[in-house]
Design a protein around this ligand. Structure first.
Ligand SMILES: [Zn+2]
Length: 146
């Protein structure tokens, strides 16, 4: 069994800890690293897309290209997203995946990009795009995210 990475909601999980567990020189995309449970545990596809939007980072950016400031912002964004989802009931993602046509409350209330391809960005109005990164459907705003 390969071991799991740290849980981002652990109280003592600082931005420094987050930076330390990222493979800093990696040519992998930040999205694929966020989804890698051996690096950081519990960040699913929705959280990854939303966190990257909030921190203004394009999902296909290489980990090695991220600045310290971007890593700090991403750390905060992941924690904010996951806490918000728990506050809204937590199980909404499962509902979303399992039940046809049932949208989780988290998505309706807070999603900036997830499952919003073709809809206007809530910040700038540009159409949200959907591409594949790390083999997963990945949603982002071409204008807001660098
Ligand atoms: Zn935008």
């Amino acid at each position: 069994m390969s071991s799991l990475g740290p849980e981002p909601l652990e109280e003592n999980f600082t931005a420094q800890d987050f930076a330390a567990c990222l493979p800093g020189k990696s040519k992998r995309s930040i999205k694929s690293v966020l989804l890698d449970q051996t690096i950081i545990a519990g960040v699913g596809n929705i959280y990854a897309d939303e966190s990257l939007f909030i921190s203004r980072i394009k999902p296909d950016r290489l980990v090695s290209s991220l600045t310290g400031n971007e890593i700090d912002k991403l750390h905060l964004a992941i924690r904010t997203c996951m806490q918000q989802s728990i506050a809204d009931g937590g199980s909404t993602m499962k509902d979303y995946v399992d039940s046809e046509g049932l949208r989780g409350e988290y998505l309706d209330l807070h999603a900036y990009v997830f499952n919003r391809a073709g809809h206007p960005c809530r910040i700038c109005g540009t159409d949200i795009r959907k591409v594949k990164v790390a083999g997963r459907g990945t949603h982002f705003c071409h204008n807001c995210q660098k």
